[in-house]
Design a protein around this ligand. Structure first.
Ligand SMILES: *Cc1c(COP(=O)(O)O)cnc(C)c1O
Length: 378
């Protein structure tokens, strides 16, 4: 009889079982000292994360979204500023410029790697300059789905335009490009520890990475209400944006298995590549990179073929997901901010893309069932 037990899209319970002893020890230590805000685990985690990716500074914060916001506040982004970002990404990337009064300028993505297109970025900067209404101030490059964006090209375009660079690495912490880990590619790197990200906490969390001492100082001030050298000196408008000690303890425990989990995700990706590559469009690898594989996305010929595939998988107990069904410039919240530029690749991907389960605890049996089901409906 065919096995129709549901395969989990992500499996946080299996992961918890692998780290159970260390996790319990870590949580008990926090319960013993009761320093729930900025306890010793927070600084320990920041040191471990900075060493892991080779960045000079790590400042932990309350979420990936707050990491983006603090990075933009530190650059003084506000009204009259243009912030360039891909149209094909999670909503948080576009939300923060608007919260700060700036304007998101949507850039199309590469049809093969789904990463922001440096050539189109250059064209969009020229358009904004020609319109004369906004000042190009910042690029947010997103490392989409676990693979790195083309940072050498993006950094060159941003430098020519005199713009600061922010790496939205929420989906890709642990990936590398040209032998260097993400975290050191831009003026600032923001990541997320949302539970479903490759390195996830048991609640919200995030971190900023930078090589700049001045930026790191600003981030620490901004995450605690803009405080100065004493708690009661307020230097600037900040926010309450700290990472909880409990989440730092969870993340320290997860760090002990993170490298092997990245290797397991890569094995899943290679399994899919080899079994599905002739039947559907599997992900194109970014050259000279390693991936964190937050999401493994395939392309179907069109929206109808995708709907048939999702129905077929569902009947076989295989979950799938669509990241993203709508590019951001088509979302009601962002439509009015969009200048009307055509973004055909993002629109086409939104119709055809579909994500398969990927996590370190998928078994051989799960993988073969998933691939059988995909091949039966391709
Ligand atoms: C998840 C995500 C964020 C936001 O992170 P949170 O921790 O949920 O606030 C930002 N950008 C991208 C690309 C993401 O995938």
């Amino acid at each position: 009889m065919t096995d129709r037990r549901p395969v989990p899209f992500i499996d946080l319970k299996a992961q918890q079982a692998r780290i159970a002893v260390d996790l319990r020890r870590r949580l008990d230590a926090v319960l013993a000292h009761c320093q729930f805000v900025l306890g010793p685990e927070v600084a320990e985690l920041e040191g471990a994360l900075a060493r892991f990716c080779g960045a000079k500074h790590c400042v932990s914060v309350s979420s990936g979204t707050d990491a983006l916001q603090i990075a933009m506040m530190a650059e003084g982004i506000g009204p009259g500023d243009a912030v360039f970002l891909p149209a094909f990404t999670y909503t948080a990337t576009a939300e923060v410029p608007l919260v700060l009064g700036a304007v998101p300028v949507f850039v199309d993505v590469d049809p093969a790697t789904f990463q922001i297109d440096p050539g189109h970025l250059e064209a969009r900067i020229a358009e904004v300059r020609a319109a004369g209404r906004l000042t190009p101030r910042m690029l947010i490059g997103v490392d989409l789905f676990g693979q790195p964006a083309d940072w050498p090209a993006l950094a060159a375009v941003a430098a020519r335009a005199g713009m600061a660079t922010l790496d939205d690495c929420a989906q890709s912490f642990g990936a590398s490009l040209g032998g260097r880990m993400l975290g050191v590619m831009a003026d600032a790197t923001a990541t997320s520890f949302f539970p479903s990200k490759p390195l996830g906490a048991y609640g919200d969390g995030g971190a900023l990475f930078t090589e700049s001492d001045a930026r790191a100082d600003l981030y620490r001030s901004l995450r605690t209400h803009g405080e100065g050298t004493t708690r009661y000196e307020v230097l600037r408008t900040g926010m309450n944006g700290r990472l909880d000690t409990m989440q730092a303890a969870v993340l320290l425990s997860k760090m002990t298995v993170f490298p092997e989990e990245l290797a397991a995700r890569e094995r899943v990706a290679q399994y899919y590549d080899s079994r599905l590559g002739n039947a559907v469009v599997t992900p194109t690898r970014v050259a000279d990179s390693t991936a964190a594989w937050a999401i493994y996305a395939i392309l179907l010929p069109d929206a109808a073929a995708r709907a048939r595939m999702q129905d077929g998988l569902k009947a076989a107990g295989i979950p799938s997901a669509i990241y993203y069904p709508k590019p951001l410039h088509r979302q009601p919240a962002y439509r009015d901010a969009h200048d009307g530029a055509a973004l055909p690749v993002s629109e086409n991907l939104a119709e055809r893309i579909m994500a398969l389960p990927i996590h370190p605890d998928l078994t051989e049996d799960d993988l073969s069932r998933i691939c059988d089901a995909v091949l039966a409906h391709a």
